[in-house]
Ligand binder design. Sequence first.
Ligand code: FAD
Length: 471
Amino acid sequence: TCTLMWFRSDLRIHDNTALAAATRRSPVIAVFLRSIPHWQRHGHGANKLDFWHRGVAALGEALAGIGIPLLHRDIDDFDEAPATLLDIARQVDATALHFNHEYPLDEQRRDRAVTAAIHQAGIMVTGHHDAVAFAPGELLTGKGDYHSVFTPFARAWHRQLTAQRLALCDTPSPQASIRIESERPFAAPPLATSPADAGLWPAGEAAAADRLERFLRFRAHRYAQQRDFPAIVGTSELSPYLALGMISHRQCLQAALNDNDGSLAEGDAGIVSWVNELVWREFYRHVAAGFPRVCRHRAFQRHTEALAWRDDETGFRAWCEGRTGYPIVDAGMRQLVRIGWMHNRLRMIVAMFLSKHLLIDWRRGEAFFLQHLVDGEFCANNGGWQWAASTGTDAAPYFRVFNPTTQSHRFDAEGRFIAEYVPELAELPAQNRHAPSDAQRIDTGYPSPIVEHKAARIRALDAFRTLPPPT
Ligand code: FAD
């Protein structure tokens, strides 16, 4: 007999809760189910699929190093997961199945179906909470509800975090060889477009650990001052690795603790601020689990469902292609398309531009992001979009509409980021890159603004003002 470990978005052998539990009952056989059609239907594009593919290959190698074979199965849809896993379990005579929980609605449904089918066959199934310090439902308001505001959530998170919550799981020791051979890795996924340069996002645990180490050594202590400036590499760029579990939040937090005299909440301002972002990541996972309507393409704030979003295909295309005539917006969008990642400050600026200045439904932007992001992850993406569009939890108040030109002056003062991603403006004096004059636009071929900030702002405020009151 043996134990099955089903890997999903936890592509690592270190500090993996389910794997550590599974290997207590050696021997273990690992399995990965891949459904390219399902992921494509859910909106993931070439960058994410390619990174996923390389991540599974790296996982296979790491598992081979500890004697655990990885079985690969391609399926059309995750509806087939129960039958496929049952089939494997019977073939290898498994008595138990372990996996780490995922929190969006579809994933929870999939796991319930798998659990029911495998249980019925007399095989033990255990789901583990691994990707968050607190399982959804563990941190509630005084009234027993899920938090819908970040700050009290973060306070409760810090208050209840104990050493035990942060303790890393054991790395499995190599197991004696078993009769099942590891299988050949998956064939490369068929991709509609070519992915971003793989050298930008090397996959696997070693690459993630190296990024974390370099971040803590060179950038973390200045994170609070530098994190908002896209021309500076000031953040960890760990998001793709956290999204697919090539590194765990515990490994990140533990390293932060070691670097900050054992504290996550006070001490080095850079570390404290970075930890806060990891809490945002966890908050949005709790939101997806606690308010599953957000997983059904619904607004978190129900009354905003009535908003009269504009139908503006031309505006949408200009936004997607980085041709809005607002250099900072266009630079952000071109960064996304070129490297599959966008700086957080720019994600906020471009998301607000689409949902407020163009008054285009945030769901279209959410889908475009997912299509291009290498770190595309439902909870953070949905949370970020709904925040920007003022439809979400703890939303930006609807009357807050970033002025893209002011943001550009503040966060890219020397126009360095603009020069990199909107090269037609690189020859202009830095001060003119934020809002080129008409003559400069004609000279450089850079488009005129597709909306005028003040008028667009008023249009957005009017649309929000006419909504029914919040329920
Ligand atoms: P760091 O600043 O180093 O932060 C460390 C980690 O904390 C990140 O890797 C990430 O896992 C987490 N984190 C940071 N900021 C946030 C946040 N605001 N919300 C949730 N988690 C956060 N993040 C994704 O991982 N996937 C997405 O699909 C995604 N979509 C977004 C869409 C919009 C409209 C917005 C405004 C934000 C989105 N974010 C998303 C959050 C954030 O922009 C990225 O996590 C961050 O830019 C990644 O860079 P980093 O790894 O250098 O982050």
